[in-house]
Design a protein around this ligand. Sequence first.
Ligand code: HEM
Length: 410
Amino acid sequence: MQFVGDEAMTAFIHAFCGPHLLRLCPGFLQDFWDFDRSLHVFLQGVPRIFAPRAYASRKKVLDAVKTWQKHAREHGGTATAPGGPHADDDDDPFWGSSFFRERHKMFLEMDGYTTPPSPRKTSAQYGRTSHHIPSHPNTSVDPQTNPVPTLRARNSITATSWTVFELFRSPSLLAAVRAEVASCTTTSNNHGHVQFDTDRLLRLPLFQAVYAETLRLRMHFYVIRMPGRVDMDIRDWVIPCQSIVCTSTTAAHMGSQAWPTGLDNEYPVDTFGAGRFLTRPNPPPPPPEDPQTGHSARPDAKPPAREEDSQTAHGTRADAKTNPPTFSLTPVSNSWIPYGGGPRQCPGRQFAKRQILLTTVLFITLFDVEILGGGADVKEDLRSFSMGVAHPAGKVPCRMRRRRRERGGL
Ligand code: HEM
């Protein structure tokens, strides 16, 4: 899983920070994941003496960001006014993408971000997005070295690893998704590199369902709100002004009343079942009955019992052309909240969807992966529960090989 994460993270850091962070600090990825897996240490306020490795990894991450920004200042002006040779481009090689620089500018304009914030301010600033960096009295971060934007990526990257894992774990689901994405895949004439029609890819029903289901199952976070000036009315309830409300995405995502579980409970809420996001506009008519027995004429015609069978039942293979399934979040829009909700919901959600689907399609197009041993049953590491998309609790041994062109690879 970390292998997928490293590949995706490298691309993310190049896109958002430019090439120099990883060049100057080649150990950054490992330190980042070590720190990310230790977030519970900071959330629980475990003192440094009891968790020296966690504190050491955090220091290494912060030092790497300082090194990168020092280099950028020496060669490319400042984050808000880059002076390098490509300063007018959206992507400055020293300071990274304009998105990154604009957020940096926004933070510098906020009270408390022009100097290392006091412990009290640190908690308040990070409280709302504590899945990205937990608040702790010792977390005093210079705005010039604030790693928070880089940490935003941890959710989409960990979600990508789970999406790739779910597909390689279920051969029939993988085959159905590969068949679906084939219509969006081409090879560039010049280099033979694989290319995708991204707009089409992002609208594929089954592929979107796999993405949505991965976030439903793996995202554990508390969405925090506080009615600032007036009491908040929610149906029969009143949330008094200035009180904090915590909404658990896990509770919302696991409510069996809210979520379809298949005709015959083929995919209970605590299992992976992309079918719950799919509907068939016109269900196919049942097979004709045998006039003598009164049973279905097809001896194998029975409701799907397993998750991968249900993918077929939802029209992902046999009748995908005649009666294709549609993907919709509308029926579960109040329950599917991996990105939070309302005006403060995650501003990176469109980017995250692109990142997850594009990285996944590259993996399943270019590689075959056989999951070995008990890897297919890996559980979540719940030590970091509530900090975002869970990490797997263990390693997933696998055999990986490049796909041959005649088998659909490019
Ligand atoms: C699967 C991937 C992701 C998930 C599940 C996710 C989830 C969330 C959630 C739950 C929040 C808090 C929203 C709320 O309070 O209602 C949030 C905030 C935020 N996210 Fe994401 N996120 C993801 C990826 C990203 C990416 C890739 C970026 C940037 C490139 C990003 C940038 C942000 C920012 C800047 C905020 C703070 C918004 C604010 O304070 O108003 N996120 N995210």
